[in-house]
Design a protein around this ligand. Structure first.
Ligand SMILES: Nc1ncnc2c1ncn2[C@@H]1O[C@H](COP(=O)(O)OP(=O)(O)OP(=O)(O)O)[C@@H](O)[C@H]1O
Length: 295
């Protein structure tokens, strides 16, 4: 099991702190989602992890020790700026990249064929990259990061531009890597996807970590919400003490209760007024949590 940690990572550009004391761990065997609005500092953090950008302060640790250049060569990295050669066939390019990582020619070729096949590009392996659609170029880029049994994966927006089938293929591949203990850190703006995939989530705002944990733990922090469905208009919930009304839409109300007593008061009041069809706790979606912590 490999663990990748950043500690107090900071990067300034002029007097602007793009990354400001960021600490988190991408644990081995887990998919860690890295989210935050445009300009929050995700790419800058990933570049520092990969050593393509110098750190202003802080450190990157692999299994508890300062990371070395040799360590980084064993990583699979998908940079924000895609780096494929347009005039070279996809297959040759993957083989070349794997050879740079020390993989023998024959196994590199068979691995590249296998990966392209699994990413739906088996028939296009000999096409020049420039002849592929953008989404297919993206698939080749993914294959490039996954070649040669990487020790860790750092992927900047790996899902952008992929169709749902390619997303599923990619997820299966990533899970094979986590199954052998590899830490996978990936950035994304697709919160529904992040919610579906991630065992761990790090949310960045203005260069700082504002949330870090499992999606379930993040969903459990903050006030518990309840959804109430009655027979008639539920506007009366606004008058129940200890209950903050988030939204009322006809007979359906979404509320935040201060404590259990307030929930019971809400239920008692509802029953006095007529039938109650539903009263249930509601976990906030990741999108809601994201909006709250990045607001
Ligand atoms: N080379 C650079 N020179 C100056 N400023 C930079 C440089 N690289 C990044 N920045 C600034 O650092 C901040 C963080 O940018 P970064 O690209 O890391 O954000 P991001 O979270 O990856 O955003 P996005 O979701 O848009 O990709 C931004 O304000 C950006 O303008």
């Amino acid at each position: 099991m490999t663990s990748l940690e950043v500690r107090d990572l900071t990067r300034t550009f002029g007097d602007r702190r793009a990354v400001d004391g960021v600490s988190f761990t991408a644990a081995g065997g887990l998919l860690t989602g890295f989210v935050g609005s445009n300009g929050a500092g995700k790419t800058t953090t990933m570049r520092m992890i990969m050593g393509v950008l110098a750190v202003t302060a802080g450190e990157v640790l692999l299994d508890g020790a300062p990371i070395t250049r040799a360590d980084r060569r064993t990583f699979g990295y998908m940079p924000e700026e895609r780096g494929l050669y347009p005039k070279q066939p996809a297959l040759d390019q993957l083989v070349y990249l794997a050879r740079l990582r020390g993989v023998a020619e024959r196994s590199a070729r068979s691995e590249a064929r296998d990966l392209l096949e699994r990413l739906g590009l088996g028939e296009r392996a000999k096409d020049h990259v420039e002849k592929l659609s953008l989404g297919n170029q993206q698939r080749v880029q993914i294959a490039a990061a996954l070649m040669g049994r990487p020790r860790a994966l750092v992927l900047d927006e790996p899902f952008s531009g992929l169709d749902p089938t390619a997303v599923d293929g990619m997820v299966d591949l990533l899970r094979e890597h986590t199954a052998r203990g590899v830490p996978v850190l990936f950035s994304s703006h697709q919160l529904d996807l992040v919610e579906r995939l991630c065992e761990r989530l790090v949310i960045l705002r203005s260069g700082q970590v504002v949330a870090d944990g499992t999606p379930a733990a993040l969903q459990d922090t903050g006030a518990v919400r309840h959804r109430l469905v009655v027979a008639d208009d539920a506007g009366w919930v606004r008058g129940v003490p200890g209950v903050h009304t988030v939204d009322v839409d006809g007979p359906v109300a979404l509320v935040e209760a201060a404590d259990d007593a307030a929930v019971q008061r809400l239920l008692a009041t509802a029953l006095e007024r007529g039938p109650v069809h539903e009263l249930s706790p509601v976990r906030p979606s990741l999108a809601q949590i994201y909006r709250e912590v990045t607001a």
